[in-house]
Write a protein that binds this ligand. Structure first.
Ligand SMILES: [Mn+2]
Length: 325
């Protein structure tokens, strides 16, 4: 089935369903939360029972999006006619079970699996925000200012505030239409970018002291150790570290940014790329996933071993990163 047909079928199915549950991937981000909320609000306007159920809690900064307080944490109860999996890649990445409901999977990850009854997967999309905007517009779903705000936040989030290479003409065009529909760019950037705690600045100072560069200085790695969190009395789950990665990527020479977050066993590594180093491929190599510009994986090695292994792997997969200048 072609994407156009799938999109139509999804719209028809949603219109026919009396109750729809929506779920995001584990460690949900701005794209899936914004999009899930937008779809929920539009379905509710149609008089349907619609709810978002996530296994993981909503990141602090996303709680200020319209209706974010209504996200339910936990498993989807039985009885929903239809479940929408929002960019979960695979069923396991939702933390949910499918039960007997009709299932829809909407995603823009290239490693996405077609595990649902209807799978709409387009890897060249900036965000699922973009896809749901199209779905709502093309099928005359209800639309309002809050829905526009959530979708604008979704696209903004996945394009790094319209800076990453996935900032396509289409992403910008849709963003512009969403602003026309009532989304306020200054309010959304305030929610997504200017919503930090002072403790996070103190943490930034600690992380800056840990920086390690590879020989060419094109890769930079920072370490967020559990000690730091204890010292500063901040919880890892309550932490937004994207701004730290943005500061590291602001260095001219840097092409790849790595942030190693210490876990009980090993590290969770977040990767960001400024150019043609496809960090999604690196994350996939280590059993994780993501996009060419933003990805993540877990590694169960000591600090030094983890750093050496990851630097070496990036330099082997993308030899130009090793070269000086
Ligand atoms: Mn996304």
């Amino acid at each position: 089935m072609r994407n156009l047909e799938i999109k139509k079928k999804i719209a028809e199915k949603l219109k026919k369903s009396k109750s729809v549950a929506i779920t995001c991937h584990l460690r949900p981000d701005g794209d899936c939360i914004g999009t899930a909320l937008a779809l929920m609000l539009s379905l509710r306007e149609m008089g349907k029972i619609a709810d978002v159920f996530n296994v993981d809690t909503t990141p602090r900064f996303l709680k200020k999006l319209p209706a974010a307080g209504e996200i339910k944490i936990g498993k989807i109860p039985e009885g929903f006619e239809c479940i929408v999996f929002m960019e979960t890649s695979a069923l396991e990445r939702s933390g949910q079970t499918r039960g007997s409901s009709f299932t829809i999977h909407i995603d823009h990850h290239r490693t996405s699996e077609s595990f649902a009854d209807l799978n709409w997967i387009e890897a060249d999309r900036s965000s699922v925000g973009e896809m749901i905007f199209e779905l709502l517009m093309e099928n005359n779903f209800p639309f309002n200012k809050d829905i526009a705000t959530c979708l604008y936040a979704a696209i903004f989030s996945d394009t790094g505030g319209f800076r990453f290479s996935n900032t396509t003409p289409r992403a910008l065009k849709y963003a512009s239409l969403l602003v026309e529909a009532g989304a306020q760019p200054n309010k959304v950037s305030r929610i997504l970018l200017e919503n930090h705690k002072e403790e996070e600045l103190l943490l930034l100072r600690r992380i800056l002291d840990t920086l390690k560069f590879n020989e060419s200085h094109k890769i930079v790695a920072g370490f967020l150790m559990r000690d730091f969190l204890r010292e500063i009395s901040i919880d890892l789950h309550d932490l937004e570290t994207e701004f730290i990665m943005n500061i590291l990527r602001a260095v001219d020479k840097v092409e790849v940014v790595l942030l190693f977050k210490e876990l009980e066993d090993g590290y969770r590594v977040s990767l960001r790329s400024k150019s043609n180093v496809d960090v999604g491929k690196i994350a996939e190599y280590f059993g994780g996933g993501g996009h060419p510009q933003a990805a993540g994986f877990s590694i169960n090695l000591s600090k030094d071993e983890a750093l050496t292994t990851v630097f070496k792997t990036i330099e082997e997969m993308f030899p130009w990163v090793k070269k000086q200048g």
